[in-house]
Design a protein around this ligand. Structure first.
Ligand code: SAM
Ligand code: SF4
Length: 352
């Protein structure tokens, strides 16, 4: 048996173990490599209340309001994708919590028949206020980004952020009853790589999961040279194993495709490694992204896209057909080169 087939078998049985009742229907969104798209990342704004140095340039120009999808248009996009077989929607940005009406949008999407999971990625700054309303609106899981626990370093990395705001946000989220909360940390050599163990301890102490993300060369930045600050996740995994001991985890998020997790020994904390630079996971990609201006991006690392905004505004009746057809243009894989910015859009515009 090939190792791919073996790992698919392991995935399947893990999914069966954790979700006995779950029998996925075939998605209508099938690309030319026979991958089924089941996961939509919907960026609700390109704006943000932070300016993380790896994500944004110092001077950013944001979209004028007329080019951003309205909340009603976003709800229509979400509905179309769910009717076509998407089971999981992640609200993201920019910072999703700076978009006015985000709770109402969440409420609207969470009621879609066929959607198994509505989740969000946030920087946590505004969670103190929004955690409970989001949970009440049907958001079931949160990813909260935090790259440093040190006040001064956090401020530098985000250009003006206050880490205490995120701590308060995390605690509010823990009180609000989410099924799962996961921290996200982008690790950069010489900048925050000395905090890998402390960030993990923080997650363990708070009863949260954590993922480490390799920085991707999306958009021009000036704060650091990406090729020099790159950290491969394999080295983080070794550090964690030496310090805490790692166990294989049978946790598999059926709708999330490539994410794989290990568990910290003697704890509930699962650790994910998102390794777009060192370990291409495109063969099992099951996701697409829609930007705040309605661009359907078929791959994070390629420009292949479909302009949903003009379809919504000029010929809404063909929305689902055009989405189905666009799947044939989903590229086989991304090719990132940290020395070369082939993708000029920043992560904040892409919807991470
Ligand atoms: N503002 C929210 C946040 O920070 O969680 C949501 C949007 S942000 C673009 C989503 C995720 O992308 C964050 O975890 C962030 O750390 C990550 N990210 C941003 N720029 C990145 C890059 N160039 N490479 C890898 N991850 C990046
Ligand atoms: Fe904003 Fe998130 Fe980008 Fe940081 S990573 S600048 S919080 S969008």
């Amino acid at each position: 048996m090939s190792s791919n087939a073996k790992s698919a078998e392991v995935q399947e049985s893990a999914a069966e173990n954790s979700e006995q009742e779950y029998k996925p229907l075939k998605s209508s969104l099938i690309d030319s490599f026979n991958r089924q798209v089941r996961y939509l990342r919907l960026s609700v704004t390109d704006r943000c209340n932070l300016r993380c140095t790896y994500c944004m340039a110092e001077d950013m120009t944001f979209l004028p309001k007329s080019r951003v999808l309205s909340l009603e248009e976003m709800a229509l996009v979400g509905r179309a994708f769910v009717e076509l077989g998407v089971e999981k929607i992640r609200l993201t940005g920019g910072e999703p919590l700076v978009r006015k009406g985000i709770v109402e949008l969440a409420e609207n999407l969470s009621q879609l028949n066929g959607l198994r999971e509505l989740v969000m990625t946030t920087n946590g700054v505004l969670l103190d206020k929004f955690a409970q309303p989001l949970n009440n609106a049907g958001v079931r899981r949160l990813n909260i980004s935090i790259d440093s626990l040190k006040a001064e370093r956090f401020r530098e990395l985000t250009r003006f952020g206050v880490v205490e705001d995120v701590f308060r946000g995390i605690d509010a989220a823990r009180q609000a009853g989410f099924q799962r909360i996961k921290l996200n940390a982008v690790v950069l050599k010489g900048i925050n790589d000395d905090e890998v163990l402390n960030l993990t301890r923080f997650a363990i102490d708070k009863g949260l999961d954590i993922s480490f993300i390799e920085e991707m060369p999306l958009g021009e930045i000036t704060s650091h040279e990406r090729a020099k600050t790159a950290v491969e996740n394999v080295s983080i995994r070794e550090q964690l194993d030496a310090e805490f001991g790692l166990e294989e985890s049978d946790f598999h998020d059926a709708a999330s495709g490539p994410s794989r997790y290990v568990k910290i020994s003697n704890s509930q904390t699962k650790v994910g490694f998102i390794s777009p630079m060192s370990n291409n996971f495109c063969a099992s990609c099951n996701r697409v992204r829609v930007t705040a201006e309605g661009k359907l991006l078929l791959c994070l690392g390629n420009e292949h896209s479909l302009d949903l905004r003009s379809i919504l505004r000029e010929r809404p009746g063909s929305l689902k057909d055009e989405i189905i057809q666009s799947m044939q243009r989903k590229p086989q894989k991304h090719e990132f080169d940290p020395n070369d910015i082939t993708i000029t859009r920043h992560m904040s515009a892409t919807g991470g």
